[in-house]
Design a protein around this ligand. Structure first.
Ligand SMILES: [Zn+2]
Length: 272
């Protein structure tokens, strides 16, 4: 069986600030290595839980963070941008998904680098009326392909949101967030062994976890951070304006709705 491991960066143990995850900053080189280490811990867990192949999808920023030469040589790597399914590219032929280094949704108190999809451009996201973060949106995309998300790692605030929104998904807490840019991380050895052991159990029991039921039709509502972004996103004929900063798109499935939301983000990419 094939396992997809989607790896973001804000929820990696030790990461506490914007500079840590921004390519080009001085600290970034250290943290992309820690990100690769947590990916490797998850790859090891997936194989010991019964996976016969593992694909790792780099899911942060420009999606060129994981060090291929330091990745477990048994794993395939999807890196770079752009990708139709973005953070869960590769899920269509997987049987289980694992999210590593994820973070709490936009607007979460005392959560390291909380945001949803684009911290600069958007605040709250809603899927069929329910506020969602990246873990929930991506789990719904996985659900379209009938793939369960078996484990999610990150801080304690993310874990609370996963527990209330993704029943059956295992939460792996690698740090306690104290503030948007402060956290108390577990000892590093403990982080890596915890990820491996939890992912092993999660993958071993993947059949017991139900995928998120396919969302049909799907409506995604995006609250932009500024009206200028919403003005540009509204150039998409399918977008409905809800208020000055909020737009909505609908599709027959979550995949269609996601593509329209993605187009809105691209339209406002250079706006202000
Ligand atoms: Zn990220």
């Amino acid at each position: 069986m094939r396992v997809l491991i989607s790896v973001d960066m804000e929820g990696i143990a030790g990461v506490t600030g914007h500079e840590d995850v921004w390519p080009g900053s001085v600290p970034y080189g250290r943290f992309r290595r820690l990100m690769t280490d947590e990916a490797n811990a998850a790859v090891a867990g997936a194989f010991s839980g019964g996976a016969t192949s593992v694909v790792v999808n780099d899911s942060h920023d420009g999606m060129r963070n994981i060090l291929y030469e330091e990745l477990d040589p048994r794993a395939e790597l999807i890196s770079g941008y752009d990708k139709a399914l973005c953070m869960v590219e590769g899920v269509s032929d997987a049987q289980a998904a694992v999210f590593i280094g994820y973070h709490a949704m936009a607007g979460t108190a005392r959560a390291v680098l909380d945001h949803t999809i684009s911290g600069a451009q958007t605040h709250n996201w809603y899927l069929n009326g329910i506020r969602v973060g990246e873990a929930q949106l991506n789990a719904a995309l996985c659900g379209y392909f009938k793939v369960p998300v078996v484990a999610v790692s990150g801080d304690d605030k993310l874990a609370a949101q996963v527990q209330s929104s993704l029943p059956g998904t295992r939460s792996i807490v690698v740090k306690e967030s104290l503030h948007r840019e402060a956290a108390r991380s577990l000892p590093r050895g403990e982080v890596l062994s915890l990820i491996t052991s939890e992912v092993t159990e999660a993958v071993r029991n993947y059949r017991k976890i139900a995928p998120i039921a396919a969302v049909r039709p799907a409506t995604i509502r995006v609250e932009f951070s500024r009206s200028g972004f919403a003005d540009l996103a509204a150039l998409l004929p399918d977008a409905r304006r809800i208020d000055d900063r909020t737009l909505e798109v609908s599709g027959a499935s979550i995949v269609e709705a996601w593509r329209l939301a993605d187009v809105m983000l691209r339209l406002c990419g250079s706006g202000s």
